[in-house]
Design a protein around this ligand. Structure first.
Ligand code: GLP
Length: 240
């Protein structure tokens, strides 16, 4: 696991975008694993800027997102589908049919998760998977638990995550209590992983990753088992 410690959120965003832009130039039909949350927004903004500057082309890029609330309509402004359209897809020349987010409106969520997993695995996995991290060390919606799932599945959200995500909703009662999420094995199928973390409230989770020991109590520590992980963080997240 490699750590890049940046002076600011803007620098982190540029670092992350530069890694993705380099891949896109080498492999125009690359597959990107994408994440939501406030952390990657600056990186998406930088990718939009690079696209507008004529440096990167999304016309052949394919994307698979990590997770989605359940149940939620894709038109709901709090859905991760809406988030991705609004923060990236609507501003670049990506083909919408090449973008994939688990379907929060599926009638049978377990079947939808199994289909998402099969479709994703058939691609051979992402060239780069982008991750944020929860304060409790969750990645995607793999919450701290004694047993973690390998594949895409339906999960309940912890109270900690519901409260942390309440800032995006009118009230805490409106935060969905379930989600569909890639599992640890799905995430590990990517050839390269970049994890972004900023702010003091992410320090404990980053510290656990720095330790290099693995525990399902901090799901992000399992990333130590992957051979190409780059953690891009700011000084607060790294040093506390
Ligand atoms: C959510 C998402 C995660 C994300 C996390 C952190 O729970 N499912 O993928 O990493 O929030 O969000 P933020 O970047 O806003 O701190």
């Amino acid at each position: 696991m490699k750590f890049i410690v940046c002076d600011s959120y803007e620098e982190m965003s540029r670092e992350g975008a530069a890694i993705i832009a380099e891949l896109m130039k080498k492999k125009p039909d690359c597959l990107l694993g994408l994440a939501t949350g406030s952390t990657p927004v600056g990186m998406y903004r930088e990718l939009i800027r690079l696209h507008e500057a004529g440096e990167i082309d999304f016309s052949a890029v394919r994307t698979y997102n990590l997770d989605e609330y359940y149940p939620i309509s894709p038109e709901n402004e709090q859905s991760y589908r809406y988030f991705m359209n609004h923060n990236l897809f609507d501003h670049v020349n990506i083909k919408k049919e090449n973008t994939h987010v688990p379907d929060g409106s599926a009638a049978d969520p377990d079947a939808a998760c199994a289909a998402y997993e099969a479709e994703y695995q058939a691609t051979g996995g992402a060239d780069i998977q982008v991750l944020g991290i929860g304060q409790n060390g969750h990645i995607a919606f793999n919450e701290p638990e004694e047993k973690l799932y390998a594949a895409t599945h339906v999960t309940g959200l912890t109270q900690n995550t519901i409260e942390a995500n309440a800032r995006f909703f009118a009230s805490v009662d409106e935060v969905p209590t379930r989600a569909m999420t890639m599992g640890m094995g799905t995430i590990m199928a990517a050839r390269k992983i970049i994890l972004l973390a900023n702010g003091k409230n992410k320090h404990a989770a980053v510290e656990a990753m720095k330790e290099g020991r693995i525990t399902t109590a901090v799901p992000a520590t399992l990333l130590a088992l992957h051979r190409d992980v780059v953690v891009i963080c700011d000084r607060e997240a790294y040093h506390g």
